[in-house]
Structures are given as C-alpha cells and as structure tokens.
Design a protein around this ligand. Sequence first.
Ligand code: 3HC
Length: 298
Amino acid sequence: MSGDAAGIRSVGVVGCGLMGSGIAELCARSGLDTLVHDVDLPAVEAGRRRIERSLARAVARGKLTDAARETALASLAFTTDLADFADRDLAVEAVPEDEELKLGVLARLDEVMQRPESLLASNTSSLPVMKLAAATGRPGRVVGLHFFNPVPVLDLVELVPSLVTDETTWKRIRGFVSDVLGRHVIVSQDRAGFVVNSLLIPYILSAIRMFESGFAVAHDIDEGMVRGCAHPMGPLRLADHIGLDTTLAVAESLYAEFKEPLYAPPPLLCRMVQAGLLGRKTGRGFYSHPGTPASGDS
Ligand code: 3HC
C-alpha cells in the first residue's frame, strides 16, 4: 500500500520527551503535517529545542540538506491543548511509560478525534496494546507502534496489533510506516516487551546485577560488549541512554506479565530511579553526562 493509499498526511504526537520529539522529527522529515503536544509551554519549548538540535546535527552530518531542514521545521507545530488533534489522521502517544497516564491520553484522543478514519497508536515499550485499545471507543483502530531511540537514526519500528485490530487499520499503518516513514517493520504479538525489549531488558538487568555485585566495574562491563561483541554502546551506557526510569518501567511490565526472575528489577536500579539518577536525561546515571539537559528537558 502506498503512503498516499494509507491516507495519513497529518500526524499528532503526544509528548515531546526523548521518544516523542524523535517521532515528531521523523514525521516532519517525511513530509507530514506534524502537530506535537506536551503539557505546558516549558515542556513544549524543550521538545522544540531538542528537535532543532537534532535537525542541525543531521545537516552537520550530511544526512539532510539545509532546505530539507527548513521544510521539516515548517511542517512542525506545537500545542498544549489536545483538542487541537481533532483533524489528525493519526495520533501517536509517546508519554512516559505509566499505564494510567497512557490510558488517560488514549481515552482523551478518542474523544477528540471523531473522524471515522482516524487512527490511534501507542509508542508503549511494554504495556498491552489490548488494554490501551480498550480505553477507547474504537479498539479496532488502535495499534502499538514502537520506535527506537534515537528515532532519527535507528530505522526499526515494531508493529503490534491487539487481538481486535481491524484489517484495514493494519494495512494502512503498515503501509504508512514502511512507505511514508521509510522504516523497517517487524511484527510482534501483543506480549509485554514485544520482541526487542524482551531480549534487551534482561541483558541490561544482568549487567546491572553484575555491576551491583562487584563482579566488574561499569567501564569494563561496557567495554567488554563494545570491544568484544561490537555493540555500539555497552549495556550500562545504554541504560543511561534509554533512561533508568524507562528501563525500570519496562522491567516491571515484563516481570508482571511473565513472573520470570530474569525480568525482576535489581535493587540498585530501583534505588537509582528513586534518587532521580535517570541517566543522560538528568545528567547522571551509571555515568556522569556533563552538559546534558537537566531533567526538565527530557
Ligand atoms: N538524524 C539523522 N542521522 C543522524 C542524526 C540525526 N539527527 N544524528 C546522528 N545521525 C547519524 C550520524 O550521521 C551517524 O551516521 P553514519 O554512521 O552513517 O555516519 C550515526 O547517526 C551515528 O551518529 P553519531 O556519530 O553522532 O553517534 P555515535 O556513533 O556515537 O552513535 C548512537 C550514537 C546512534 C546512539 C549509537 O551509539 C547507538 O546506536 N547506540 C545504541 C542505541 C540503542 O541500542 N538504542 C535502542 C534503545 S532501546 C529503545 O529505544 C526501546 C525502548 O523501548 C527502551
């Protein structure tokens, strides 16, 4: 199905933190009319700055022309009022990985986006798509659409249907992701963590347990995987990159679903999140991240 046949030309992204701003940037770079929501003006401004910095980096790296950056910027608009999403063909929620928050956002989008062809998607990392879909009056038109951080760089999207996603929605969204966004699609059943996080999170948790027990220092654990296995970054640095709060939330969802000890969050991860040591987004996690934005800019 071509992007045009998918009939998705306008997108709304709810949340402009790390993931939301990346998704919004990708949509704008793909020529879509893109409206971005966050709760207040400081959050919106932080999201706008993050997108501007990323677009500038893409130009500096030769991935984008100046003209394409200008076009992308002109395709972006920001709001603090979800009622502005009424005319959107698709809304993607990318708010923090908190079940109540996500359920509330989806219910509100369902209320606001009354056009019969409009679609809803969640960038959840781990929550059941069925549960999110059931919070709306249109469960057949809700899917999981899971992106990877940094979104402008990593070209994978996990597509997750719920038990009741309808065939037309599925074809439209699949065509949209591959033909309009140009992302590689893998399909996962609606199980906590989907494919990637079900594999990635136990790996990161093992590294945290290894560090916590004194088995090896953080730098050596990471160097082991970077130099020994050619990973772009080691597991502890990756946890800082993802955000320790998100890592914990995904681990909790996996543990709640499968009750397997390999998904149980290690105490150190819990304590670090309680301490506000969330990684890159707050400037400190397993490493210090000098010069990174303060928590308000995450
Ligand atoms: N737009 C387009 N391309 C960009 C860009 C932008 N804004 N910024 C950077 N790039 C390109 C660069 O040009 C470069 O491309 P090249 O290799 O063709 O030259 C490439 O991206 C790498 O950029 P940098 O050189 O600036 O950065 P590094 O080489 O240090 O890589 C990294 C940084 C991309 C973050 C890399 O370390 C990496 O991929 N790490 C692993 C990240 C990962 O595993 N993410 C998944 C997390 S799991 C997740 O998100 C799911 C969630 O649910 C938990």
